[in-house]
Design a binder for this molecule. Structure first.
Ligand code: NIG
Ligand code: FE
Length: 391
């Protein structure tokens, strides 16, 4: 078993307040040692123990790898024209999803793999070390299973989202489609999925339909999460808490009652600034959530319609600039709270025994992630102690 030390770290963010100062547990002039893909030692750089190899990152910042708990990576086709039309003033609706469905159904496995692999490489370049990926661009039994199988080649955090929208062929039979999703499609998807999700919103699925589908998924052994309150407040947060969803995502429209419910639950509020940015919608005010004590995560929502970005740093910069996050809250939201949204305790921080998933930033502090918007600060990214991206 070989050991590697990363030394002379100018600023090390551990997210463990027992290891350094503040909620981020920051240490200066630090070193970490990695053994067996995990963090085995953390301390002053001058004192690191004997190792097989040492790499100095003098003056740079090391942060836990970003945990992107909401993405839609397996799809084909291009919707840049839809974006351009929106920027000319057209509004966003759930219906655009159908364009991607047609392209995805007719794409070969090779094309879908290539597309996904390109986005995963982008994510590594962006410092993302764990990502979730949803289906939902196939919407029939065979292709939902096929796209989830492909997603599972890239991540263990796969989510069955057969209930993304009602496909065109069921336009007059939404309840029939709900029964298909909760029945035959779930059975086909289940071997490739860990999570189940529903787009519970205006123009997609109502609360009763979402309850039916999520409950069927839970009964089949999947864990629930939900797209809630992006376009309107139809009561999805209440359902999220009722079903103990790991996360309720988007939350662009929130009542005070929703916030109280989230505060008293184990459901993470996941905000997706890329979606508001790319649909030119109003940003939610995260200060209301923080003030109530809600756990708030940030994710990219990488998808071809409403948020085609893999840049967590961009999402953090928008969250800080326009949603009321401090840079510290944004970093926690993109790392440890993202891990909580996936109910994981082995990622999202750099404590002893955690996965050695981290990024080296070409910057003196993590604050530069939101202080220098649009600037690529990621020098290298490491997963299980292995270098997956080097600038
Ligand atoms: O999370 N809100 C639903 N699903 C995606 C958008 C999908 C699309 O427009 O293709 C989202 O924003
Ligand atoms: Fe989404």
């Amino acid at each position: 078993m070989s050991s590697v030390a990363i030394t002379e770290i100018g600023s090390l963010v551990t997210n463990d307040s027992t290891l350094g100062h503040g909620a981020l547990g920051i240490r200066e002039n630090a070193a970490i040692v990695i053994e067996d893909g995990k963090i085995s030692w953390i301390g002053d750089s001058a004192k690191f123990p004997a190792v097989d190899a040492a790499l100095s990152v003098a003056g740079k910042t090391v942060i836990p790898g970003f945990v992107d708990s909401h993405a839609h990576l397996v799809f084909a086709g291009d919707r840049s024209e839809e974006f351009a039309a929106r920027m000319r003033g057209e509004s966003y609706s759930a219906g655009g999803i159908k364009t991607t469905v047609a392209a995805t159904r007719s794409a070969s496995n090779e094309v879908l793999r290539e597309n996904t692999s390109r986005l995963v490489a982008e994510m590594h370049r962006a410092g993302i070390t764990t990502f979730e990926s949803k289906s939902g661009y196939a919407l029939d039994v065979e292709n939902e299973a096929r796209t989830l199988q492909i997603a599972s080649e890239f991540t263990t955090e796969t989510t069955f989202l057969g209930a993304h929208v009602v496909p065109t062929e069921f336009a007059d039979g939404a309840d029939e489609y709900v029964a298909l999703v909760a029945g035959e499609m779930l059975t086909a998807a289940k071997p490739h999925a860990k999570w189940i999700d529903v787009f519970c919103d205006r123009g997609a699925f109502d609360v009763d339909q979402a309850r039916t589908i999520l409950s069927a998924g839970i009964a089949a052994g999947l864990q629930p999460r939900i797209h809630a309150n992006q376009l309107a407040n139809i009561g999805a947060v209440k359902l999220a808490v009722e079903l103990d969803c790991a996360s309720a995502d988007h939350l662009s429209h929130l009542s005070d009652e929703d916030i109280d419910l989230l505060a008293g639950s184990n459901t993470v509020a996941t905000l997706l600034p890329g979606a508001e940015f790319s649909t030119r919608s109003a940003y939610p005010d995260a200060r209301r959530l923080f003030a109530a004590g809600v756990s708030v995560a940030l994710a990219t929502d990488c998808n071809p319609g409403s948020s085609f970005t893999t840049s967590m740093a961009f999402c953090m910069a928008v969250a800080v600039r326009d949603m009321g996050f401090s840079p510290e809250q944004a970093l926690l939201a993109a790392t440890s709270v993202g891990a909580k949204a996936l109910r994981r305790t082995d990622i999202g921080g750099l404590s002893l025994g955690m996965k050695a998933d981290f990024s080296v930033l070409n910057a003196p502090s993590y604050i530069h992630l939101s202080y220098r918007p649009g600037v690529d600060l990621i020098d290298s990214t490491w997963i299980d102690g292995k270098n997956v991206y080097q600038r």
